[in-house]
Design a protein around this ligand. Sequence first.
Ligand code: A2R
Length: 311
Amino acid sequence: MKVLIIGGAGFVGGYLIRELNAAGHQIYATCLENESINGDCTVYNLDIMDANAAASVIGDIQPDVIYHLAAQSSVAVSWKKPQLTADINVIGTINILEAVRNSDKKDIRLLLIGSGEEYGFIRPDACPLSENEPLNPGNIYAATKACQGMLGEIYARAYDMDIIMVRAFNHSGPEQLPAFVISDFCRQIAMIEKGQSTAVMNVGNLTARRDFTDVRDVVRAYRLLGENGISGRTYNVGRGKAVEIQYILDTALGFSSADIEVKQDPARMRASDIPVIEPDVSRIYEDTGWTAEISMEKTIEDTLNYWRNTI
Ligand code: A2R
């Protein structure tokens, strides 16, 4: 298949390029002008805020499947830059939807990559969260991603387009920015081991339970949804088994022989932390056979080794 990845220079993009290459697909990927992509693929520059440019890239490539990953993907930035976040995640998505709708190629499959954050403030007994659970986003990033998914459903229905909506829960692995918890803990440990910081590990709320999947499993889910997902559906992508952040901390510390003191950092505590977020992942399993295979322990160990080799 001819596959186009929009937003291929990010954390997930690099892994998706490798996954699709290994499966024998022909890959095209876009990035912003100031970014680069080091995968085996044909690269185009594209800012999705430019509707004409989006139409021309899609018209030129005529892909069978498009993965739309381009986004302002940070919750923290979304509070500081709400307009930019809405522009990129909502207007940018409309530009892609319109480009696909008006394309000469009429059977393009489009995967819109959203987030488990869309569920937001969930009912206490709502877990595991099915795709039919009402959305109640708790931050601006989540609201824009919920909007992206709604637009996808509307375009699929109104124009009979082949669109799949994905709600990806926490994913992690080597190369992820340290704004995310597994990467953050592993980076701190690597820095302490190298004597680049004092032997104190700063942590936030350790009792929250979250669902973590290795990014290499996540991109396999995306490939399988591109190949076999059912058009018009929304899919949760996650392990389906939440763990306490404390478990992640203990596992990461267990891979190190350094003597590390753990300290709760008020700046890392979030007032509105929801105790448990865990998806129901039976739909993707039933439709594609996908289930997470890489253990959390391996994700943590690989991420720690990545930081040991990087800093
Ligand atoms: O913000 P940057 O400079 O890191 O660039 C990001 C890029 N991007 C854009 N691409 C085209 N036109 C734009 N106007 C635009 N604004 C930002 O999209 C980055 O290279 C890419 C998104 O990658 P990450 O931020 O690393 O996200 P990740 O972890 O790969 O997640 C992929 C998707 C996102 O839609 C998330 O919201 C979702 O999965 O969970």
